[in-house]
Write a protein that binds this ligand. Structure first.
Ligand SMILES: C[S@@+](CC[C@H](N)C(=O)[O-])C[C@H]1O[C@@H](n2cnc3c(N)ncnc32)[C@H](O)[C@@H]1O
Length: 259
């Protein structure tokens, strides 16, 4: 259990939808046999399957997550769709079981939580089965606030340090994950495409700006070095006193196919 709330996933979903590379998703779906099962890893409340099903209805899916609360939300969301199977699995231990009879694999906002060792395991499993992959919305380390603040870079560095904490898969790769997986897959013979899928959060998106400010600030404070505490506290106080007017969060969408 990693503690992603259904409320947070619902708040981010429209930003995910706006950010994603639709053309890349369509190219990926075109490579998946029509009756093949697509396995969505770390599927949460079903945002990724919902998006892709709207592009290509009628596909067979397996929704895999280990969080029972999120699985319950997804079960209600997909109740009318018999083509979507839900499975509770801990992907740190049971990736092979998740991929049973898969024709393709997807995930969203998952890669930055996992370790280099787990990505190597994933790359090996995909290569062995020659499964296409669409892995979207991996944070890539870019964080641009408007207006800027003298402590933005320090906060981002501490936030990235916090991202490296073990989320159950070993030390997380955080912003390096998409490039790392691209290298692993290319080394195994896949053709890999990376495209930006940045969140562009505007002044009108107050709830999202507040959530980002609070989440990033708390994570940065939790992983601050001894000499960073005051600077990060000052950043949090200034950002709380005057809500930022905008924020860009860099993500990457990755597609891999085997020719
Ligand atoms: C950032 S959320 C993304 C959820 C969803 N893909 C989306 O885009 O809304 C990460 C998801 O990975 C799941 N997760 C984390 N660790 C997991 C594990 N060991 N096994 C299965 N799922 C896991 C969480 O429960 C959560 O649903």
């Amino acid at each position: 259990m990693t503690g992603f709330s259904a409320d947070w996933l619902a708040l981010r979903e429209p930003f995910d939808v706006a950010a994603r590379d639709r053309a890349l998703a369509l190219e990926f779906l075109a490579r998946v046999p029509e009756h093949g099962r697509i396995v969505d890893l770390g599927a949460g409340a079903g945002s990724n399957i919902g998006y892709l099903n709207a592009l290509a209805a009628g596909r067979r899916w397996r929704h895999v997550d280990d969080d029972p609360a999120l699985l319950a939300v997804a079960r209600a969301r997909f109740a009318a769709d018999p083509g979507i199977e839900l499975r509770r699995l801990d992907l740190a231990a049971a990736l092979e079981a998740a991929l049973d009879d898969a024709a393709a694999v997807t995930c969203a906002a998952l890669l930055d939580l996992v370790s280099a060792a787990w990505l190597a395991h994933l790359a090996d499993a995909l290569a062995r089965r020659r499964l296409p992959l669409l892995a979207v919305l991996t944070y890539d380390g870019r964080m641009v606030w408007a207006p800027d603040d003298a402590a933005d870079a320090r906060v981002a560095a501490a936030f990235h340090r916090d991202m490296a904490r073990d989320k159950g898969f070993g030390a997380a790769l955080g912003p390096r994950a998409a490039d790392h997986l691209a290298d692993l897959l290319r080394a195994r013979g896949a053709s890999v495409t990376l495209r930006p899928s940045d969140w562009r959060i505007a002044a009108a998106d107050a709830a999202m700006l507040d959530a980002m400010r609070d989440g990033i600030g708390a994570a940065a404070a939790a992983s601050a070095l001894p000499d960073e505490g005051d600077e990060i506290a000052g950043w949090r106080a200034r950002r709380a006193a005057a809500r930022p007017q905008g924020l860009v969060i860099g993500h990457l969408d990755l597609a891999a196919v085997w020719d």
